[in-house]
Design a protein around this ligand. Structure first.
Ligand SMILES: NC(=O)c1ccc[n+]([C@@H]2O[C@H](COP(=O)([O-])OP(=O)(O)OC[C@H]3O[C@@H](n4cnc5c(N)ncnc54)[C@H](O)[C@@H]3O)[C@@H](O)[C@H]2O)c1
Length: 338
């Protein structure tokens, strides 16, 4: 369908994995990585793509309509996939403003550009967190009501509503994906799995919020990328798809298994004060992905986590690079007063 996709937020964790997946498995589709390079964007992760004729980088901000227009015109973009966001819940509690700005107004800017330039396909990468929290039973389906509990998830939910309304009102060919927690290579080590691996390799304490019994569904990032491509390529306009891995784990179980795989002691775990408004359980029903698009995850959790740990241990220079500078200040601010 498409020839040139503007991938907003392509220098972040999932964006990097998505771009590598596209260049490897869908040659001929041009990718324009449009990224503001915030603390979470790391172009070094894409160094191996720089000479690929299907890849371009454009340094721009999704909140700036001139940046967006320039990139679309320069590369003759016909489709947009929006990964760009402020994505860390803890940061959204400490400073919500930039979350509203980037996640809501940035999405609005992209939607308006999509109208102005006759964009043929728009995919909004969203999250299961827009549905809020579950009790012990049940799963989120695409018709579960939207009840976000954090400034982050509220900003993502707002963006989803904008995308839906641009489809209904302006007939924009838009689709939305809502995915559970991702894990894999190139994730910034403020997020739980790389943070745990990074601290464990230095024998530093691993903070676990509250009682550690919060349940999350984990999906290997490669499987999220194949799901996004299936939705982009084949879903009907206006559709929403939940994407999950069917791997519900408590945070404590997850940390314990990573420590066991690294041969480290459980004594590294340090329980810290819980996050305000912390969602207790997420579980996602992704049967629509299977029934309508034939998509299923390709790896089990055990396979995925083994590959992930191996990647971080083989790429400690990457971890060293991203854990220097700003990240250290942020880390102190977040965890040293708890
Ligand atoms: N990580 C997960 O587990 C997960 C799960 C479900 C959904 N999502 C969603 O997937 C998307 C990507 O998540 P991620 O984990 O890769 O995030 P990330 O924080 O690793 O990366 C975000 C990227 O967006 C860029 N960015 C931020 N503000 C920007 C702006 N104003 N203009 C242009 N670029 C900007 C950053 O530089 C960075 O490269 C997000 O929309 C997130 O809500 C993430």
């Amino acid at each position: 369908m498409s020839k040139t996709i503007l991938v907003a937020g392509g220098a972040g964790f999932i964006g990097v994995n998505f771009i590598k997946f596209m260049l490897r498995e869908n040659p001929g589709v041009k990718i324009v990585n449009f990224d503001a390079l915030t603390y979470a964007g790391n172009l070094a992760s894409l160094a191996d793509c720089e000479n690929n004729p299907d890849y371009e980088f454009f340094h721009g901000d999704i909140r700036n309509d001139k940046d967006v227009a320039s990139a679309i015109k320069k590369y003759n973009v016909d489709s947009i996939i929006n990964f760009a966001a402020e994505s860390h819940v803890d940061r959204s509690i400490d400073g919500p403003h930039v979350f509203l700005d980037t996640n809501i107004l940035g999405t609005y800017t992209l939607l308006q550009a999509a109208r102005d330039f006759g964009i043929q396909r728009f995919l909004q990468v969203s999250t299961d967190e827009v549905y809020g929290s579950l009790g012990k039973e049940g799963m989120f389906t695409e018709s579960t009501s939207i009840k976000p509990n954090s400034p982050y998830s509220a900003s993502k939910a707002s963006a989803d509503h904008l995308v839906r309304s641009w489809h209904k009102t302006y007939d924009l060919n838009a689709v939305i994906t809502r995915c559970s927690n991702n894990y894999g290579a190139y994730q910034f080590p403020e997020k739980m799995i790389p943070l745990c691996i990074n601290n464990a390799r230095h024998n530093n304490k691993i903070p676990v919020y509250g009682d550690g019994m919060q349940v999350r569904d984990w999906l290997y990032v490669y499987d999220h990328c194949t799901a996004i491509w299936a939705v982009f390529d084949r879903a009907a306009p206006g559709e929403v798809f939940n994407i999950g891995g069917n791997n519900e784990k408590t945070n404590l179980t997850l940390v314990n298994s990573i420590l066991a795989m690294l041969g480290k002691s459980k004594g590294l775990i340090q329980f810290v004060k819980d996050r305000p408004g912390h969602d207790r359980r997420y579980a996602i029903d992704s049967s629509k992905m299977k029934e309508k698009l034939g998509w299923e995850p390709s790896v089990t959790f055990e396979q995925g986590i083994e590959k992930t740990i191996k990647w971080y241990m083989d790429n400690q220079a990457w971890l060293d690079q991203v854990t220097s500078g700003d990240y250290q200040n942020y880390y102190k601010q977040m965890y040293h007063q708890r």
